[in-house]
Design a protein around this ligand. Structure first.
Ligand SMILES: [Cu+2]
Length: 128
């Protein structure tokens, strides 16, 4: 009787775990619907969002940014002047941080492992 109970509990865990996994596969992160959630950068094929887009934020307004690694190799995301550094992200990992600056200007972001292809600009503009 106890064994049956344990078996049922184990099977339940397996089913719930499978459903969770399937749910994740069916509902991948929506890359186009995150404007209100800040900036989303997908590291894939050794680029950020295919084009290393120029990012725009306003001075003195922190902006949420999420980096997702969809490659099989590691990537990171660094803006030296603003002390942004995700550390190495392995395949499938993501990291959310904030970009904030008291200074307007143009800053470089890059991946330290692929600085020749994964590099772009961040423009921080005066909002006053
Ligand atoms: Cu990289």
């Amino acid at each position: 009787m106890l064994n049956n109970l344990i078996a049922i509990v184990v099977i339940s865990f397996i089913i719930v775990g499978s459903l969770w996994g399937i749910g994740n596969l069916l509902n991948p992160v929506n890359e186009n619907n995150m404007n209100s959630e800040g900036i989303l950068l997908v590291a894939e094929h050794n680029f950020f969002n295919n084009t290393n887009p120029t990012l725009h934020i306003n001075r003195n307004i922190p902006e949420k940014i999420t980096i997702i690694n969809k490659d099989f190799v590691r990537h990171d995301f660094i803006i030296d002047e603003l002390n942004v550094n995700t550390g190495y992200l392995y395949s499938g990992q993501d990291f959310t941080t904030a970009i904030a600056s008291r200074e307007s200007g143009t800053f470089e972001y890059y991946c330290s492992l692929h600085p020749s292809t994964m590099r772009g600009q961040l423009l921080i503009s005066d909002n006053e």
